[in-house]
Design a protein around this ligand. Structure first.
Ligand SMILES: [Zn+2]
Length: 374
């Protein structure tokens, strides 16, 4: 098999395009592939065969080929349609003016579900601005077409860009791990637009929605999805992230407290954020000393650690019982910072699920049982 033939298959190049040349540059770890258009040009608007007007040389970055950066080159013809005028013919591997192929862009968006923007930029060897432009094009595509299939489990995540100066909302199919839709911003209107694009049948087919603890997502979902109160789920990752943030918030408040001897507290940021199961014996002893010295922070840490038990319950009633006790403990503790933080979360970002909220608070006895374990 000739290399051009192999590449034609690998890159899924179809008529009238053809692979005519490939160059491997081992020193620079890159592969350059040249594609050529054969036959008459067609108008992108009406698909009519038209005379070629001129052409443009273009380059796209494609997915790496065994670790080497892959670039597609093509001379893209422009046709002169008697009805629609001069237009560039559409290439099947990329959209609009993007410097990346469609498959490169979808991999970047899928990775964003699992990594930070910085990590995606690093992994794919592109700039933050490139990730940003990829997301903007995904938003445009999202507003042009609707999700066609029935999806049972949906994920809604926010992604911060430029240190939180702007946001994107990514909706994914959790069963297949694919991205369904991308919207600009993280407002209620942002996610409203996604729900509005779904049919009644699609909305009713949804069984579970895992989302960030973010009130606008919550409100929008309640408005559009039937029985949303039984479908919204906060996943372990997001809940743990909130609790970890609350502990760090408490630590920072202590660091600002000048009435306190903070010597031992300095440089311990990551000791409080780690889980006890990842510590060796010495580390555990050191943390236990710190907890005795800074009781308020020690308790915030204990509340965070204790919540890990929640995920072990298999029976709903036991999980509810645990949650009520834990929630009472966390919100009625004497320390200053974690308590209002949790209460605020409960009011505006809903740290607890709505079904938990509607129940009466735990009797104090149960809360004491939970507390006495620490
Ligand atoms: Zn035309």
């Amino acid at each position: 098999m000739r290399d051009t033939e192999l590449l034609r298959g690998l890159l899924r190049v179809e008529d009238p395009w053809n692979v005519v040349e490939s160059v491997l540059d081992i020193a620079h770890k890159r592969v350059d592939v040249r594609l050529e258009w054969k036959g008459p040009g067609r108008c992108p608007d009406c698909d009519r065969e038209c005379p070629k007007h001129d052409h443009r040389e273009r380059v796209w970055r494609d997915l790496d080929l065994v670790g080497d950066a892959l670039y597609l080159h093509a001379v893209v013809p422009r046709v002169d349609c008697p009805e629609h005028g001069v237009h560039t013919v559409k290439v099947p591997w990329a959209s609009g003016r993007s410097e990346f192929t469609d498959r490169f862009e979808s991999v970047a968006i899928a990775l964003l579900l699992e990594m930070s923007v910085a990590a995606v930029a690093r992994r794919m060897a592109i700039s933050w601005d490139h990730v940003d432009s990829i997301m903007m094009r995904a938003v445009k595509r999202g507003s042009e077409r609707q999700a066609p299939q029935l999806v049972r489990h949906i994920g809604i995540d926010e992604k911060a860009f430029k240190k939180g100066h702007h946001y994107f909302t990514i909706v994914s199919n959790l069963d297949s791990g694919t991205v369904l839709w991308v919207g600009k911003g993280r407002k209620r209107e942002t996610i409203d637009a996604f729900w509005r694009g779904l049919s009644r049948e699609q909305l009713e087919a949804i069984e579970g929605i895992a989302m960030d603890m973010w009130q606008p997502y919550f409100e929008s979902t309640f408005q559009y999805v039937p029985q949303a109160q039984n479908k919204i789920v906060f996943d372990r990752f997001h809940v743990t992230a909130y609790l970890t943030k609350a502990v760090d918030f408490t630590r920072r408040a202590l660091m600002r407290d000048t009435s306190l001897d903070r010597t031992a507290l300095k440089g311990t940021k990551y000791d409080w954020l780690r889980s006890v199961k990842n510590m060796d014996r010495t580390e555990r002893r050191e943390l236990s000393d710190l907890r005795r010295q800074y009781r308020q922070l020690g308790r915030a840490w204990a509340i965070k650690e204790h919540f890990a038990e929640f995920w072990r319950y298999r029976r709903e009633s036991s999980a509810r019982n645990f949650f009520r006790g834990w929630f009472h403990w966390a919100t009625h503790s004497s320390f200053r910072t974690l308590s209002p933080w949790l209460t605020r979360s409960n009011g505006t970002s809903r740290i607890s699920s709505p079904t938990f909220e509607s129940r009466s608070p735990m009797p104090p006895r149960r809360a004491l049982t939970v507390r006495s374990r620490w």
